[in-house]
Design a binder for this molecule. Structure first.
Ligand SMILES: [Fe+2]
Ligand SMILES: [Fe+2]
Length: 241
């Protein structure tokens, strides 16, 4: 049960809903509604970003008894219509974060998909060809969007919601050769700037590690369903914020 004044957040990433599935998350959302106060979805909600996939998930979201919010992932961009995926999910009641932070029972939520680019010595720098600069710019732009939302919040506690990982800790288990495609440490900068951020959730690294932290020590959780299943025997995590 929840500790007094704490918000129970059920978080899951990488749902990868396919067009041939029937109510794939309906029972899970019912379970999450019994165990938490809010459901957070950390991207790759659909497998290819198809309208039919989004509509299947939307039906399950309509049956979820607690507020649903979250971000899209790279898979939701595959068909070139992420706005349409977001619109369908929004119409079903999900808050798709991106520009505007959200507050639920005194806890703030700020979220972006994020982007890739690597960490530490492996971080891609905006040098040389215009395409490289544009690539790095995309990661910086996502970090800025996150910062703007975190700045909007007046809550004492908040959660940053991402698809890509801001840290290396939670992608351990993946092949090191692909680390730079799993996230960007540029996402840590806004997170570490605000005292109210109490936790970060992300997905994308299906074979990563559940728990890590930012340079300032903010806990980061990889809630990709496969990682949660490994850690808890169920495909989502419950955090008390
Ligand atoms: Fe995924
Ligand atoms: Fe992904």
């Amino acid at each position: 049960m929840a500790t007094a004044n704490k918000l129970r957040v059920a978080a899951i990433g990488d749902l990868h809903v396919m067009e041939d599935s029937t109510a794939p998350y309906r029972d899970l959302f019912t379970e999450m509604s019994a165990n938490a106060d809010v459901a957070v979805l950390c991207g790759d909600l659909t497998n290819f970003g198809k309208t039919s996939e989004a509509e299947i998930l939307a039906e399950d979201i309509r049956h979820c008894a607690i507020p649903v919010l979250g971000v899209l992932g790279n898979h939701d961009y595959e068909c070139g219509q992420p706005e349409e995926v977001a619109r369908i999910l929004h119409e079903a009641g999900m808050t798709v974060l991106g520009e505007q932070a959200q507050e639920i029972d005194g806890v703030g939520f700020a979220g972006v998909k994020g982007f890739l680019g690597g960490y530490g010595r492996g971080e891609l720098m905006p040098f040389g060809e215009p395409l490289i600069k544009a690539f790095v710019d995309e990661a910086m732009s996502e970090a800025r969007k996150l910062e703007n939302q975190l700045r909007q919040l007046r809550t004492e506690r908040s959660v940053a919601v991402l698809h890509y990982s801001p840290v290396v800790d939670t992608i351990q288990g993946e092949p090191p050769a692909i680390f730079q495609y799993l996230g960007s440490q540029r996402l840590c900068e806004p997170i570490d700037r605000f005292d109210h951020v109490k936790a970060v959730v992300h997905g994308h690294a299906h074979h990563g590690t559940y728990e890590g932290k930012t340079p300032r020590g903010i806990p980061v959780y990889n809630v990709a369903q496969f990682v949660c299943r490994e850690a808890f025997g169920r495909p989502y995590a419950v955090l008390e914020i």
